[in-house]
Design a protein around this ligand. Sequence first.
Ligand SMILES: [Cu+2]
Length: 264
Amino acid sequence: MQRRDINTLTETELASLGKAFNKLWSDKVIQKNAKLHEDSFFKGIHWGPAFLPWHRDFLRKLELALQRHEKTVTLPYWDWTTNKSRDLNAGIWESFFGGRDNKGGKFDSWTYTRNDSDGGHKLPTTSTVVSELEAKSFLAYRAMESGTHPPGHRWTGGSMAKGDSPLDPLFYLHHCNLDRLWSIWQINNPKLDQYEHTGKLAGNDRVEAARVPLNEKMIGGATPASMLDHAALGYTYAQDQALETAWRKKHGTAIKTHVSPAVA
Ligand SMILES: [Cu+2]
């Protein structure tokens, strides 16, 4: 199943997605997710190597839960580099998510709120994404935790800027985009170590418990090793032509932004 940019979903697809998300809200799955995320925040899911694999597992479990209610749904991603994604009071940001006030969208019963302004936090551009993808090791790549990761949370504000950020449906789309970019780094660097729990990133690594070895369990039970191949987990991402073009323009070489689904 392919995960796509939310801006490419049809009305019917958005309706199914909204329905599935709302079911998980009424079943308290979302609230439990938010509590788990908040309670675990400084216990091994952030500020260290486990950040990327832990969130991949968290998202995949959520996507499978969505699919139990609406079987054709896949988790879409929020590509904050595009113009369409930068005005939360326009387009699907208003009709689907309810704009800044969370009113009149599909999630009126949810408790998230958003700030009236971006507080000066700027969403990353394609050129920042390209720079991060130039990383020559997993250690260097995971610096994105303090790079392209925080702006989506802080720019949105409200619950998104707090430990219980999974209370905002946008959390899943933001992390889906980060997961997608990680998958692109992986696809283009198959010969590099795909995970290392050693090595320290100054200014980022603050939680020793997030230094989970490859084959040991993270919070929630999955190992980093089991999270390294996204296609093996059952999903792929849509091709990103804008990113391919930006990479080629800067480097004169090609970058692959997606893999073809595995043939059963
Ligand atoms: Cu998180």
